[in-house]
Ligand binder design. Structure first.
Ligand code: AMP
Length: 451
């Protein structure tokens, strides 16, 4: 399948070429033609599969088709975290660079003033997190009456993060006559029910029912006593080719403790979790992206926004008690179909979590028992429990039975070209080019105005 077979307009095809994409990823190939026809979509896909372009490209094309002299809100994209919102904003800038459309990104935790100023100037596409959006809706600053396309991104994370009621409030304010694109990495019952209330006659697009990460990431488990785990972690970081690693802990204190231990051992490490100030989180993420920081220790909620390519390893310092969380975690590596390694440290108490994970993913984790802190004998469910099974110490060939799925998307660097370009003046303000940071009449460079 080629991009030019999807029904996309030339300006968007050019943008995908600019971005270095040679062919659509499976979720794009399945979603874009359906969405362009105006049909609702339920998409099973997580970050890393090319899902953002799967909804941004049709949104831009459909918003363009209806855009008039003055921007009026055509598309609302709701996403759970500010980091995801900012990334979607960047994708809109990149994919919409040859079009004459406006978008804004709004989220909480930062000043609302620039966001409000942006909204008051009119936008075609709005990317928002639920809390800030509801606040601005309640004060009459955002009105959803003109929305024709609604995108709900990461619905299951909305549920995990306790946003479902906010999402429902937002959707009640949307016109009944609209198109809906609904995306979720997993489809627990609550999400399926929510989807049924939002979509009509939807096309189900399930590139992989669980996650492409389950396929492309090699997964292994190390059994160890609880109090040995931090030593084992250090051992792994020294033994493995761990260039860019996310370590998951269950609690904020736990992540601080692990980060302190690694720091004392001389590792370049930072912790991110909900108790950290936004500035500290941004600093940590920037350091991680640039490679100054090798290890990021994160809680699940904080990690929702980590969207860094080339994470070589995800290490579960503690196993999550909700198996879907495991899928989200390992999805931090293996992005865009690239391989990566997920290593889980499992103590006695976590064996049942391991069983749940293996049941959900349909895949046995490779047990690695060849390490100095071996303990907590493997559970009977681990079929390859003796020795290092078919894996190696790097876990790189540790692939057990896998669920089937489509072809893997090619990975290519994303262009980050600022706001949509186009020098045609339109409406009440000039829409001049500022792609790649060039100046444009009276607008700031990024419309992720509060980033
Ligand atoms: P996403 O799942 O939307 O977060 O995308 C994951 C990564 O894949 C991003 O860095 C995108 O720039 C990249 N990507 C998206 N679509 C394609 C494509 N068709 N070919 C290559 N890379 C892509």
């Amino acid at each position: 399948m080629k991009f030019n077979e999807l029904g996309l307009m030339p300006e968007l095809l050019r943008a995908t070429t600019d971005a270095g994409y040679t062919e659509p990823s499976p979720i794009q190939a399945a979603t874009i033609p359906v969405a362009l026809k105006g049909r609702d979509v339920i998409g099973c896909a997580q970050t890393g599969t090319g899902k953002t372009a799967a909804f941004c490209l049709p949104a831009l094309q459909r918003a363009h088709a209806t855009s008039g002299e003055q921007a009026s809100l055509h598309t609302l994209i709701l996403t759970p975290t500010r980091e995801l919102a900012a990334q979607i904003g960047e994708s809109l800038s990149s994919y919409g660079r040859h079009l004459d459309l406006w978008h804004a990104v709004i989220f909480g935790g930062v000043s609302e003033k620039p966001q409000i100023a942006e909204l008051q100037r009119g936008v075609d596409i709005l990317v928002a997190t639920p809390g800030r959006l509801l606040d601005l809706m309640q004060r009459g600053i955002v009105k959803l009456g003109s929305v024709k396309l609604f995108v709900l991104d990461e619905a299951d994370r909305m549920l995990d993060m306790g946003f479902i009621n906010d999402v429902k409030k937002v959707t009640r304010a949307l016109p009944a006559q609209r198109q809906t694109l609904f995306f979720s990495a997993t489809m627990p019952d609550a999400i399926r029910q929510l989807a049924n209330t939002l979509v009509k006659n939807a096309e189900l697009v399930a590139v992989n029912p669980i996650s492409s990460a389950v396929e492309v990431v090699s997964q292994s488990v190390y059994f160890a006593e609880k109090d040995q785990k931090r030593h084992l972690l250090l051992h792994l970081l020294e033994q493995q080719e761990c260039q860019r690693v996310v370590v998951f802990t269950r609690t904020k204190h736990g992540s601080d403790r692990v980060a302190r231990h690694l720091d004392r051992a001389g590792k370049r490490v930072a912790a991110i979790h909900g108790n950290k100030a936004q500035n500290a989180r941004i600093r940590a993420l920037d350091g991680f992206k640039s490679g100054d920081i090798q290890v990021l220790v994160a809680t699940d909620i904080a990690a929702r926004g980590i969207d860094v390519d080339d994470i070589t390893h995800v290490i579960n310092f503690e196993l999550p008690n909700v198996p879907e969380t495991y899928v989200h975690r390992i999805g931090r590596t293996g992005r865009a179909g690239k391989g990566g390694a997920a290593i889980s440290l499992c103590d006695m108490e976590e064996r049942s979590y391991l069983r749940d994970i293996e049941r959900l993913t349909g895949k046995r984790l490779t047990v690695v028992s060849d390490h100095p802190y071996v303990g907590a004998a493997p559970p009977p469910s681990a079929g390859n429990a003796s020795g290092s099974g078919n894996g190696n110490r790097n876990g790189h060939d540790a692939r057990g039975p896998q669920r089937s799925g489509g072809a893997r998307p090619q990975h290519a660097p994303q262009q980050n070209g600022g706001r949509p370009a186009g020098s045609r003046p339109r409406g009440r303000r000039p829409r001049s080019s500022w792609s790649g940071g060039g100046g444009r009449g009276g607008r700031p460079k990024s419309v992720a105005v509060s980033a």
